[in-house]
Every structure is written in structure tokens, then in C-alpha cells.
Design a protein around this ligand. Structure first.
Ligand code: PLP
Length: 385
């Protein structure tokens, strides 16, 4: 019988706990590229650190356990993880991505994989019937985010997996915004889960990392082969940092979400705010679906100020909240999707999917909520024209 039943404990004790040789409670950083082999044709399970490293292996076992999958893989960035997954496909294959997908995911498909004959189409994955009708014989996978960046659009993950299963194709979920603490796509039927672990899993804005979890042995073998062949692996020290970050994921997210719920309510009532996007608000798009498939609305909020507020002035007036790319760290960050995270998406597509120039994305940190609301309020006041 397992030593624990709940994810709060798995975050701390999951995967490979500590070091059996010394009793150290943390997995050591195996800072080595190679491993001495006792005799020709024999090794101790480790040959070369691109293929496998014990610190990375501990992290990979941990994320597989947390996501309830069969195997995990750690990469040097979220984009390296996405690239490894996209390397499963071949020339002539097509991948459906949801509108509002992470800008880098769109870019790697549009500017890199397209050159190798792997095509994509952008579809509204919130419309399941519409999505089903878009599955042509060349479509081999559906890649979604829920909630999706930056309008926090909710997609029914069980619904998407069912459509994928019906057509014999893969469903892939980028679970960066929720993490396994709030949402476990494999339990909802997904085949592959991807993370930019740079965000909540790392949680301290001090590393760049990516993870992949698969729920099938054959798929695991293929990803392991791609990981070893293309080589975008996570370093031992960064693997250690990520294991360290994941231990506090539960307590961090509890606070992130409590703050985000208060901030969303506050912004919704603010006279300067035209629109708030937060899946934890009962009148949000997909609120009921999100409630079914996730623990809560997460800690990302987007909002739009009315036209008589100067966006640039708003950003420059913030004193506590930093203007920066990225999200999911303990410190609150804001960004301007149109010119930052989603700048690689052409203007016409941005307008079509609702990423207006007035949109602000807020990654709510774990500071005092009173200090955060005070900062938002004074910056909004400063930006009134
Ligand atoms: C940041 C991010 C990525 C890319 O990850 P990197 O670690 O920056 O390479 C992919 N998907 C989502 C949803 C992200 O937020």
C-alpha cells in the first residue's frame, strides 16, 4: 500500500525520494556526464547523461506520478518539451491547435515544423461539435491549453479526449497554467501532458524547464528515443531546483489562488475595468466546465481597462507588481500580451481571437493581497486620462 493518498504528500514524497546510499532527504545533484562501466557490455543502469541522469530521473518519476501517467521526461525548456512532442509527427501530418495557444507553440509550428511538412490549423476547441467536424484524415493530434493563454478560455478536456479517441488520434494538453495540483488531464483522458515547468512548478522565476508526461508505454518509448536523439535535456542542477520547487507547489498555489480570487472580484467591481477574464468567476466563459475538470480557477487573470486609461502609463505606474514576461512565480507579474507573449501571432489573428492592445495579463503572486490591490488601484488611478 502506498504511504500516502493525497497529492499534497505526493508533491513532497513522490517519484524517487531522497538518496538510498546516504539517507539524504533530498535527491543528490549527480553532476556528471558519464558513468564508469565495470566491464565491457555491463553498466549500472547509467551510461551517459543525455540518455539518463539520476537527478533528472527522480524529477521524471515525480512528474509522471503527479500527472497519473506512465512516464515523464524533463527538457531544457517548455519549448524543448513541445518540440519533442511535435517530433512524433511526420511530413503530411496535421495538428489542430486551439486559438489562444501559447505564442511560442504557434511560432514553432508556423516557422519550424511547417518547413518539415507538418501542418497545423487553429480551431476554436471550446466548440466540440465544430472541432469534431474539423478532423480530416491527415489530422493526427489536437493540442489544447485550458485555461488558454491569455484570455483564460476553458476547453472541455474530456470532450476533446473523446473526440481524439473516436478518430484514433492523440490529445495533447499543455497544463502549464493549472499544474497537476489543480488539474490532471490524463485522468480526463489525455494522451500527453506538457508543462513549461519554468512557471508554477519551478515557482520562483529562477529556472527554465519543460516536462512531458505520457500515458502509454509505446508512446513513452518514442518520446525517450526523441529525447535522447534530439538532446534537449534538463541539466542535473535544474532538475534538483525543480524537484525543490514542486515540494511547495500545494502551499504556493493555495495562496496564489486565494489572492487571484480576491483580485478578480476587486477588478470586476472597479469602475476603470471593462472586462475581467478569470475562470473562477461564476459568469466566466467555461466556468462550469472548469469546475468539473479543475480544482478551481487558478491564479492567472486577464483584464481590459476602458479606453480612457493609458495602458503604458498603467504599466509604468506599478510599484510592486513587475512588468515582465513569464508567470507562476511567487512574485506578481503583469504583461501586455499583444506586444509581449503573443507578439509572434500576426495582428489580424490577434484581433480575431480577442488579444486586443488594451489587454493586461496578471500572474497573481503570493504577496499580501492588500499590497497587491493597493498597487493595482494606484496604477489605475495614475493612468486615467
Ligand atoms: C511559457 C510557456 C511555454 C513555453 O515554455 P518555456 O519554458 O518558456 O520554453 C509553453 N506553454 C505555456 C502555456 C507557457 O506559458
Amino acid at each position: 500500500m502506498s504511504k500516502y493518498k493525497n497529492i499534497e504528500s505526493a508533491l513532497i514524497h513522490g517519484g524517487i525520494y531522497g538518496d538510498e546510499h546516504t539517507g539524504a532527504v533530498n535527491v543528490p545533484i549527480y553532476q556528471t556526464s558519464t558513468y564508469e562501466q565495470p566491464e565491457l557490455g555491463k553498466h549500472k543502469g547509467w551510461e551517459y547523461s543525455r540518455t539518463g541522469n539520476p537527478t533528472r530521473a527522480a524529477l521524471e518519476a515525480l512528474i509522471a506520478e503527479l500527472e497519473c501517467g506512465k512516464a515523464g521526461f524533463a527538457f531544457a525548456s517548455g519549448m524543448a518539451a513541445i518540440t519533442a512532442v511535435l517530433s512524433l509527427f511526420e511530413s503530411g501530418d496535421k495538428i489542430i491547435i486551439s486559438s489562444n495557444v501559447y505564442g511560442g507553440t504557434f511560432r514553432v509550428l508556423d516557422k519550424v515544423f511547417k518547413n518539415f511538412g507538418i501542418n497545423y490549423t487553429i480551431e476554436d476547441t471550446t466548440d466540440l461539435a465544430g472541432l469534431d467536424s474539423k478532423i480530416t484524415p491527415d489530422v493526427k493530434a489536437i493540442l489544447v491549453e485550458s485555461p488558454a493563454n491569455p484570455l483564460l478560455t476553458v476547453t472541455d478536456l474530456s470532450g476533446v479526449s473523446e473526440i481524439a479517441k473516436k478518430h484514433g488520434i492523440l490529445s495533447v494538453v499543455d497544463n502549464t497554467f493549472m499544474t497537476p495540483y489543480l488539474q490532471r488531464p490524463i485522468e480526463l483522458g489525455a494522451d500527453i501532458v506538457i508543462h513549461s515547468a519554468t512557471k508554477y512548478l519551478g515557482g520562483h522565476s529562477d529556472l527554465v524547464a519543460g516536462l512531458v508526461v505520457v500515458n502509454d508505454e509505446a508512446l513513452a518509448e518514442r518520446i525517450a528515443f526523441i529525447q535522447n536523439s534530439t538532446g534537449g535535456v534538463l541539466a542535473p542542477f535544474d532538475s534538483f531546483l525543480l524537484i525543490r520547487g514542486i515540494k511547495t507547489l500545494g502551499v504556493r498555489l493555495d495562496r496564489h489562488v486565494a489572492n487571484a480570487e480576491k483580485a478578480a472580484e476587486y477588478l470586476k467591481l472597479h469602475r476603470a475595468v471593462k472586462q475581467v477574464y478569470y475562470p473562477g468567476l461564476p459568469d466566466a466563459q467555461g466556468y462550469e466546465i472548469n469546475r468539473r475538470q479543475a480544482k478551481n480557477g487558478g491564479a492567472m487573470i486577464s483584464f481590459e481597462l476602458y479606453e480612457n486609461y493609458n495602458i503604458a502609463k498603467f504599466f509604468s505606474s506599478l510599484r510592486l507588481i513587475a512588468l515582465a514576461e513569464s508567470l507562476g512565480g511567487v512574485e506578481s507579474l503583469v504583461c501586455h500580451p499583444a506586444s509581449m507573449t503573443h507578439a509572434s501571432i500576426p495582428y489580424e489573428i490577434r484581433q480575431k481571437v480577442g488579444i486586443t492592445d488594451g489587454l493586461i495579463r496578471l500572474s497573481v503572486g503570493i504577496e499580501s493581497i492588500d499590497d497587491l490591490l493597493f498597487d493595482l488601484d494606484q496604477a489605475i488611478a495614475e493612468s486615467e486620462m
